[in-house]
Each structure stands twice: as C-alpha cells, then as structure tokens.
Write a protein that binds this ligand. Structure first.
Ligand SMILES: Cc1cc2nc3c(=O)[nH]c(=O)nc-3n(C[C@H](O)[C@H](O)[C@H](O)COP(=O)(O)O)c2cc1C
Length: 370
C-alpha cells in the first residue's frame, strides 16, 4: 500500500540536514498511484501532449493538461475538444477545467473523465483578466460558496478523484487559501495544489511556501507545492519544510526537461547539443501531429528560444531558427547544426509508441454530445 503522503506528510517535518527526501517515492491520490513526487505544471500555451509525454519520460509522476474552458467543452468547440486528447503513455494525467457554473463544470468533468483523464483538476488560480472577468479562475477564491458548489458538483459527476489548484488569494498578502482550502476538501477535493502567490502578483515576487506548510497542517489530503521550484535542492527543501506530498514544476521545465531529471534523480549532467536537438526535433514532430503544421509553426517559436537558449547555442543561431517559415526547415537547420542528433532521434522514435497509438481520438459520443 502506497501512503497518501510520502514521508509521513502531515505534521512530520524533517530537519533539512538530516533527511534526504526521495523524489522517486510513489504516492497516491485515492486509487491513482503516482510514481514520483514531481508533478509537471499545467501551463496554457505550453502543456501540449508532447510536453506532457516528455515530462513523463524525464521523471514527472503526474502531468497536467493546460486549462480547458468548460464553456468550450459545452459548445463542442473543436479546438477545445482537441485539448482532451489523451495519449497512451502519459498516464497518470490530470485534465484541468475552468469555469464558474457548477452544472457546466460537472458536464465538462464527465467529458474529461470519458476522454481518459485519471484526475479532474479545477482551476481556482488563473489571474488573467480574460478568465477572472467571467467569474472563473482565481476570483472564485473570494466566492467560497460558489467554489464549493463547483467542487461538489464535479465530485458528484465523476468517479475519478477531483483536485483543485489555487493561488494564495487575490490580493498581496492574502491568506484566503487557508480558509477556502479546507472547505474545498469538505466539498470533495481529494488534493489541493497551492501556488502561494496572489493573483495580483501574477508571476512577480516569490512563492511563499510557509503558506503551503500551513495548508498541509489544515487538511487531510495530499498537498502539491507549486512555485519557483527549479532544482533538486529547492524541491527537497520545499518538501521537507512544508510536508507537501509533491512539488510541481512549471517554468523550470520549459525547453528544459533535463531539469526534471535533475530534480528527481540528482543527475545534473548538461545535455549535449545533440541531445538538445534530438529532444526538440521530436517535440516539433509530435506537436505538428497534434496541432497541424499551421498552428504548430507559430506555437513552437517560443520553444526554440527555450531549448536553444541557456548558453546551449549561439544567439544568432537561435534568432535564425525563429525566422524560418516551416517546421521542416527548422528541423533541417537543427540537424545540420548537430548531425550526431540523427541517431538519437531515431532511437527516441523507436522507443516511443507510434503515431496512431498516441493520438487516441475521443469517443464519438463526445463530439456528438450524446
Ligand atoms: C505560461 C504559463 C501558463 C500557465 N497556465 C496555467 C494553467 O493553465 N493552469 C494553472 O493552473 N496554472 C497555470 N500556470 C501556473 C503554473 O501552473 C504554476 O503554478 C506557476 O507557473 C508557478 O510555478 P513555476 O514557478 O514552477 O512556474 C501557468 C504558468 C505559466 C508560466
């Protein structure tokens, strides 16, 4: 039996110098077993299937989709439904939904479950105006009654566990999460993820994980700590001082799956240029399969900067790649810069399940609304 909170979790804090936390220790959210204590963050415009599958390969025990609009699901918006494609090798996977109406959220959760998600995650953290002005995302932290009704309706609608991701509150210095968190658990949330910045902060300042520690003490479900975790040392410190079940990594993994390997296994070898190109080429190919060439070529540009930066390639090379018109040209240019990557790419492709195994189409009933 895998414990719900590895290392004893609640109330047992370890002295940093005496205990090495094992990031490879499995844990669980109800029946969902999570093989490592590292979770890949949901990130809009980033967490495509290629990102999630790569995250799993590099040591993330749980991966998350980007937030998916429940209104988009309700209206069977084609692009929204595309977010619900689940690959065979990305489990366990959480699909995150956002919205403000309990009934619509419940209906979206049913579709998310039918699509194959192992967890339904609810977004109470998005600070972006486009989302908050509709009464969704972080604003729900100031309307705990509605937030609880949403969690209750979603938990009633599905058999898989429901999790909630939230910020500390709306205003700087807010401690709202400590009041709302336990109420959400009472309403049916089986896990809470806390990104302890205020919505107002967006991504400025630092994540205050002393709040994460307080939240851990208040609830009897696993808590996931999100915010500013970019190294094994930081991950271990946050786990040890908060009692959280797992850490979540977002920006640190953008164009840098090797950070996940360092965090989970302590392997801090810098990737060679060949490895960087091989991972990027694979990422490009998968993303083109997922989004189509037209959408993928725009979407991928920020990834070129992320992969090729960090002193891995000279700046003019990065700038040149970003200006190329098609992903095929990008691929050719990358391989020309690191010809040894070809064998690595072949090996990676061989190890991965092939095309049709990956993009599992949704059950037809989802499109038809039946
Ligand atoms: C580009 C971007 C998009 C994000 N999109 C989402 C999202 O869709 N849902 C969500 O709950 N959090 C989202 N977040 C927040 C992250 O999941 C995470 O909590 C935050 O970035 C702090 O972690 P980090 O310091 O490891 O990046 C996003 C963050 C970034 C940078």
């Amino acid at each position: 039996m895998v414990p719900a909170t590895p290392g004893g979790g609640k109330r047992r804090r370890y002295h940093l110098r005496t205990v090495q936390i094992d990031l490879r220790e499995p844990w669980r959210i109800d029946a969902v077993e999570i093989p490592t204590r590292l979770v890949l963050a949901p990130m809009a415009g980033v967490s495509v299937q290629a990102f999630r599958r790569q995250g799993r390969r590099f040591g993330a025990g749980l991966v998350c989709s980007e937030m998916v609009s429940c209104a988009g699901i309700e209206h069977r918006n084609e692009r929204t439904l595309g977010y619900l494609r689940v690959a065979a090798d990305e489990h366990p996977l959480a699909i995150q939904i956002f919205g403000s109406e309990p009934a619509t959220m419940a209906e979206a959760a049913r579709m998310v479950e039918a699509a194959g998600a192992d967890l339904v995650d609810i977004n109470f953290g998005c600070p972006v105006r486009k989302v908050t002005k509709t009464g969704a995302g972080a604003t729900l932290l100031d309307d705990p009654e509605r937030a609880c009704r949403i969690v209750g309706a979603v938990a009633d609608a599905v058999d898989v566990p429901v999790s909630v991701k939230m910020r500390r509150g709306l205003e700087n210095g807010a401690r709202t999460c400590l009041d709302v968190g336990p109420r959400l658990v009472g309403a049916g949330a089986r896990t809470l993820t806390l990104h302890p910045r205020s919505a107002k902060q967006m991504y400025t300042g630092t994540a205050d994980h002393s709040l994460t520690a307080e939240l851990v003490d208040l609830v009897d479900v696993p808590v996931i700590a999100s915010g500013d975790i970019t190294s094994r040392a930081r991950a271990q410190a946050v786990l040890a001082t908060t009692g959280a079940a797992a850490v979540m990594v977002g920006r640190g993994a953008q164009g840098n799956p090797w950070a996940l390997r360092e965090i989970v296994d302590g392997d801090d070898t810098e990737p060679s240029r060949e490895e960087v190109v091989a991972e990027l080429v694979l990422f490009i190919r998968e993303t083109v399969r997922e989004l189509g060439e037209r959408r993928a070529s725009g979407f991928l540009k920020k990834f070129y900067g992320w992969y090729l930066g960090r002193g891995r390639f000279p700046r003019p090379f990065k700038q040149e790649v970003v200006t190329l018109a098609s992903t095929e040209e990008v691929e050719r240019r990358l391989i020309a810069a690191a010809p040894g990557s070809l064998t690595l790419i072949e090996r990676l492709e061989e190890e991965l399940p092939g095309g049709d195994d990956v993009l599992l189409d949704l059950p037809i009933s989802l499109y038809g609304g039946g």
